[in-house]
Design a protein around this ligand. Sequence first.
Ligand SMILES: C[S@@+](CC[C@H](N)C(=O)[O-])C[C@H]1O[C@@H](n2cnc3c(N)ncnc32)[C@H](O)[C@@H]1O
Length: 253
Amino acid sequence: MSDNVTQFYSELTPFYHLIYPDWETSFGRQANTLDQLIRENWPDRRTEVLDAACGIGTQSLGLAKLGYQVTASDLSPDGVKRASLEAADRGLVIPFTVADMRALSTHHQRQFDIVLACDNAIPHLLSDDEILRALRQLYACTRPGGGCIISTRDYEAEDRTDNSAKFYGLREDRGVSYLIFQKWAWRETFYDLTMYVVEDDGDAGVTTHVMRSVYYAISTTRLMVLMIQAGFRDVARLDEAFFQPVIIGTRTD
Ligand SMILES: C[S@@+](CC[C@H](N)C(=O)[O-])C[C@H]1O[C@@H](n2cnc3c(N)ncnc32)[C@H](O)[C@@H]1O
């Protein structure tokens, strides 16, 4: 399973920012939203953040820009490599390392005020047992009084009766056009996702990059049950706080 995820993100990493019309603006907006959420829920726990699924740094970079001390890791070596370069380009100091969140506490060996896994990282784990394993690790890395922030797609709102396409849109980047879209093929609570990046470099030619991964469409209700099982308290789903539903939980002891 990890191999599939690692390969998917290895292929997607060069294009990942193109998912957003303007990645820089979006990650700034996401950081402001997360900052507000942290201030409201853990007012005295606003210093050290662990981003456990940092990818190319969408949440890590913005939070570091706001003054948080961010430590970041991800399963994808290519994602982590690009995140390190993006941080260096912006003069941000963030220790980035490769780690599977199912072994997070062994890897980081310490606790943080806030632990994050944002933008649908958790549904890459393909069973409740695997997700619980990861959530227990997120819990182990959270300081007493601190919190965990997870965001996922709202799978309860998805129509699973038919395969579907999701369009991200047309992007222009350094004189090259990109058309980005996904196909979802449902298998009950799982779906096979195919991501297409059509790269049109004019006279130089057109290349279609095709990447595939499998997701477990876990409901936020089930995720909240697993968070409580992992030890988190005051577990809640927040809508409209972020661009996806956010599940938060606090480590009380
Ligand atoms: C959709 S991306 C989001 C990345 C980043 N949070 C962002 O918003 O750009 C999901 C991320 O989850 C990571 N991931 C998936 N399974 C993981 C695991 N077991 N441990 C750590 N990271 C994982 C992937 O490598 C990928 O970077």
